[in-house]
Design a protein. Structure first.
Length: 177
């Protein structure tokens, strides 16, 4: 092989590396001058929405901050509290405590409000509905059971709650043997 033949590959790679390095440098500089997306106050933020909604219910700033910061889905939590406290006799603080423990806070709220409105015979049913809906694995099905039985059978509201919660537990195999 000739000397020229040995130097051609080195010359090619040297030129390629120089061009590539120049291109990468220019690309990096260009990318660094582009504006970045910053989190601004105008950006819809779930935590901000949560705090705004919970403050309107009369909860203290500390309760609002702790609750919104600790939850995985802040808007679901605030919607749960607002829905329960607005449509029932339950205080926002009691609703907050139950909504924080619920797997599906909006389902919990729907359950409590539906039972409270569907069982009109006793206005004091709301606190019991909150406790039972919180215990239920499927609060929407539980509410349907309570309301349907209430329309067809004459029992006390607590008997409906007990009957439906016990039936659901046996169905899922969590109660009994």
């Amino acid at each position: 092989m000739s000397l020229l033949g040995n130097k051609q590959p080195n010359y090619f790679f040297k030129t390629f590396n120089t061009v590539t390095a120049s291109f990468m440098t220019i690309s990096s500089l260009f990318a660094s001058i582009l504006p970045t997306m910053a989190i601004t106050d105008s950006f819809p933020n779930e935590y901000r929405i949560c705090a705004n909604q919970l403050r309107k219910t009369g909860l203290t700033p500390d309760q609002v901050a702790q609750s919104c910061a600790k939850t995985l889905y802040p808007t679901d939590l605030s919607a749960c509290v607002v829905n329960i406290s607005k449509h029932t006799q339950i205080s926002a603080l009691d609703a907050l405590n139950s909504c924080k423990q619920a797997r599906r806070p909006q389902d919990l709220a729907t359950c409590v409000v539906s039972i409270s409105k569907g069982v009109k015979a006793d206005s004091a049913i709301a606190p019991d509905a909150l406790a039972y809906c919180g215990r239920s694995l499927l609060p929407l099905d539980f509410a349907e059971c309570v309301i349907a039985l209430r329309r067809e059978i004459d029992l006390t509201p607590v008997q409906f709650l007990d009957t439906c919660i016990n039936a659901r537990e046996r169905t899922f195999g969590t109660g009994g043997i």
